[in-house]
Design a protein. Structure first.
Length: 400
């Protein structure tokens, strides 16, 4: 059964709240800011006042485990993360978490209101249900829906946010929960990033609302705690039963993604072959040596700047000329894999990311951040080398 529009109403409190009846279940949805002290207090107040038998939180299964387990970072195997090529997912999560911590000014940690919802719910014997989509699925769907240029732009914007030291007042944090402010913020996202917004915001509005509907079937009183930016979108979907199976699907790789593994190596093989055919043995040999020296040197410089472990440096230099021919032997990835093995981050490194990223020296002091420097800088150097040698190769060939 679905409710009618009459069931929706706003209760005048400091926090945006929605009350709605789904079948026999009274549902209260609280919109929060993830770094708000007021949001934490409101979660605790509503739990005592409503006494829900079910508490839904805007977390996925993996994130709720990390909140419940204070030893989470001690158990995180960064080597395994890089081995399974999940470094971009970890990087995105760490940067966003770090940015929120800076905005919270150390008083409230990101997600404290969700932790309060879990603890309050468990204290009264309520079921606690994570209702968000797995973060890896969300990031993979968002990443797979944008062009290569947009990926570089978004990644650079994420990295740049580490340099920002936000000084946000309590009044500004509370203003963030105003639906008008949030709607205006989302409307300003450039149209080329609409696919990202659709995945991160719109799809999750549907996902969250449907998970609440499912939980309401076996509940009498339900309290849901979600980010305030989702409230309006959720209320548009919560009354209708919508399938969400497709929202859990990972986008299939495009034809180009599947083909480039073969086409790009073929391009360079053709370039070298053409050099030998058009310019002779000396021109072809010189081009190969330029390829090896330039790419290895620039990848090595990147590793040196990142203060990589000597073995990580050596691996970056050796694999740089081979990376364009073998997708497994990317210099940045191999060097970071080595770095995460020889210099394993500690729990303190993860906890200090927000603080350490405020100073330039902190980037090299913190082992987590430095692993990503070892990943990005040799790869950047190798890519610049590819461009320079390829440009020089084509330029010299067409002078014959």
């Amino acid at each position: 059964m679905s409710s009618t529009k009459k069931n929706k109403k706003v209760i005048l409190t400091n926090e945006p709240i929605r009350h709605i009846k789904l079948g026999n279940c009274e549902v209260t949805i609280l919109g929060t800011a993830h770094i708000s002290e007021e949001s934490v207090r409101e979660v605790q107040r509503l739990s005592k006042e409503i006494k829900p038998d079910t508490v839904c939180v805007e977390l996925c299964n993996s994130r709720i485990r990390s909140i419940r387990d204070p030893e989470y970072f001690k158990k995180l195997d960064v080597f395994k993360v890089f081995k399974e090529r999940k470094m971009f997912l970890l990087l995105s999560s760490l940067i966003l978490s770090s940015f929120q911590k800076k905005m919270g000014q150390g008083k409230i940690r990101p997600g404290d209101e969700l932790k309060a919802a879990i603890e309050s719910g468990e204290a009264i014997g309520a079921r606690v249900i994570p209702i968000d989509r797995e973060i890896q699925t969300t990031l993979k769907r968002a990443w797979g829906n944008v062009s290569a240029f947009s990926k570089m732009y978004l990644l650079s914007a994420l990295v740049t946010s580490l340099f920002v030291k936000e000084d946000v007042s309590q009044e500004k944090i509370e203003e963030m929960k105003s639906e008008d402010v949030l709607s205006d913020l989302f409307s300003q996202i450039p149209s080329r990033y609409n696919p990202v917004k659709e995945v991160i915001i719109d799809e999750r509005d549907i996902y969250l609302s449907q998970k609440i509907r499912e939980a309401s079937l076996s509940s009498k009183k339900l309290l849901a705690v979600v980010g305030a930016g989702h409230l309006n979108g959720m209320m548009e979907h919560i009354e209708e039963d919508e399938p969400i199976d497709k929202l859990d699907e990972i986008p299939k790789r495009s034809l180009w993604d599947r083909s480039k593994v073969f086409l790009i190596p073929m391009l360079f093989v053709c370039l070298f072959s053409f050099a030998f055919w058009k310019g002779g043995t000396k021109v072809g040999t010189d081009l190969i040596w330029s390829w090896i020296i330039v790419k290895s040197s620039l990848a090595g410089i990147g590793a040196l700047i990142a203060l990589a472990h000597p073995i990580s440096f050596l691996l970056a230099v050796i694999t740089a000329p081979l990376g364009n021919f073998n997708p497994i032997l990317k210099p940045g990835w191999v060097a970071a894999l080595s770095e995460s093995w020889f210099r394993k981050p500690t729990a303190e490194d993860f906890e200090q990311i927000a603080t350490d990223s405020e100073t330039l020296s902190g980037y090299w002091k913190n082992r987590v951040i430095r692993i990503f420097l070892v990943f990005m800088l040799p790869q950047l150097g190798s890519s610049i080398g590819t461009f320079l040698v390829t440009y020089r190769g084509f330029q010299s060939l067409f002078t014959f």
